[in-house]
Design a binder for this molecule. Structure first.
Ligand SMILES: Cc1ncc(COP(=O)(O)O)c(C=O)c1O
Length: 421
């Protein structure tokens, strides 16, 4: 384990903040579905001298010299990513998920072209066309939605009608707040009919796809996958664009660099290589399946105790709970309450939420991080019970404080990788 002695000597303020964050991560429950704990090997790689190197370009085609080792790690990352997701091309340089999506749009589209993505009120991500993002000044975004919020079924007939009318150049699968699987084959059929590219933004579920616990959109003919590498895939913070065929990959390379970014963050590229190596191991398959088993167990327990989950359950790692209907509190009130007992999650809009984005009706939570800590189905019931008790005793400060102590004692049984216990 690193000792951080150089940091302690050089900068007490940052050192103290780091120690505080380590304690917070160790003593609390991380239920934000986009977060995870990386392995000590990934963590170590992020803090290496690869940081010191400029490597604009791609392996074998760089602008500056001295690239034998950067070429080596980037090539390893690419080779492992293509193996993991069964595709011909990977660009591992996007700094994060949002830049990956923007670079992708510019690779495939002309200004004014149309993208069809999941309605943002039904789970789509900001980069899928939220009006606050600059990309909506350049491209036109149209939507598809769930047909039935109780089952989560997407309205594929309406999707086809909109596609036939609007002629999108991209049909985009993917979400940050949707607990079900998409029918990629059906989306691919619609895209083929209207001549659109198919893109899956798999940021949230990349780990489960890599581990074979969820379907790989490439198996249904999708052209592109974009993803973050730091969520369920359990790598460093970063992004990646995968192409089923080499030719599209070349367009994407040009768009990422020089079209959009400068030098790659090479210590992150190296850490991506390490994380992909871990994801190729058989243990990662177990991890990916356990994430979903845990989410299903937790969802079931909440529903048995009267909570309303959007779509009545989950197929992936994520749950969306309607706090107003279930407990007569807002999403913000629930987030604050759970914070007080050491359970971190986020307030979130639920489908067709009558409330505002900053004060929504629901919360969103998930299991990738706690599964990394080794928690299993029984532990999901324990955790859900802590949360249900907090709701019940929310006006009793002493009871909430006692619950916080119990959560802490429970968490300390499950070490966080890379943090001394
Ligand atoms: C589906 C999806 N795409 C893209 C992103 C953006 O990723 P980043 O925050 O790394 O830019 C997210 C992040 O939450 C996401 O959920």
């Amino acid at each position: 384990m690193p000792t951080y002695t150089a940091l302690q000597e050089a900068d007490t303020n940052v050192y103290n903040a780091l120690m505080g964050e380590m304690k917070r991560q160790k003593e609390g429950v991380e239920l934000i579905p986009s977060e995870n704990y990386v392995s000590p090997a990934v963590m170590e790689t992020m803090g290496t001298v690869f940081n010191n190197k400029y490597s604009e370009g791609y392996p074998g085609k760089r602008y500056y010299g001295g690239q034998e080792y950067t070429d080596c790690v980037e090539s390893i990352a690419i080779e492992r990513a293509t193996k993991l997701f069964r595709c011909e091309h990977a660009n591992v340089q996007p700094h994060a998920g949002a830049p990956a999506n923007v670079a992708l749009y510019f690779a495939l589209l002309e200004p004014g072209d149309t993208v069809m993505g999941m309605d943002l009120s039904h789970g789509g991500h900001l980069t899928h066309g939220h009006p606050v993002t600059y990309i909506t000044k350049i491209f036109n975004f149209v939507r598809y939605k769930m047909k039935n919020v109780e089952t989560g079924e997407i309205d594929y007939d309406a999707m086809r009608e909109v596609a036939l009318k609007e002629k999108p150049k991209i049909i985009l699968a993917g979400f940050s707040a949707y607990p079900r699987e998409l029918d990629y084959a059906r989306m691919q059929a619609i895209a083929t009919e209207v001549g659109a590219y198919t893109v899956a933004d798999m940021a949230h579920i990349a780990g489960m796809i890599a581990g074979g616990a969820l379907r790989n959109p490439f198996d249904d003919g999708f052209d592109i996958i974009t993803t973050t590498t730091h969520k369920s895939l359990r790598g460093p913070r970063g992004g990646m664009i995968l192409s089923r065929e080499l030719e599209l990959g070349r367009k994407i390379d040009k768009s990422v660099f020089p079209g959009f970014q400068g030098g790659p963050i090479m210590q992150m590229v190296a850490a991506k290589a390490v994380a992909f190596g871990e994801a190729l191991k058989p243990e990662f398959k177990d991890y990916a399946h356990q994430i979903i088993k845990n989410a299903k167990a937790m969802a079931q327990h909440f529903m048995e105790n009267g909570a309303r989950l959007i779509t009545n359950g989950t197929d992936n790692h994520m749950m969306l709970l309607d706090c107003v209907t279930s407990w007569n509190i807002t999403g913000q009130e629930a987030e604050t309450l759970f914070d007080r007992i050491g359970v971190t999650l986020n307030k979130n809009m639920i489908a067709d939420d009558p409330r505002k984005p900053m004060d929504p009706s629901g919360i969103r939570f998930g299991t990738p991080a706690i599964t990394t800590r080794g928690m299993k189905e029984d532990d999901m019931v324990t955790l859900a019970n802590f949360m249900l008790q907090a709701v019940e005793k929310r006006t009793d400060d002493a009871a909430i404080e006692k619950l916080h102590e119990e959560v802490k004692a429970f968490c300390l049984q499950f070490p966080v990788p890379g943090i001394p216990s």
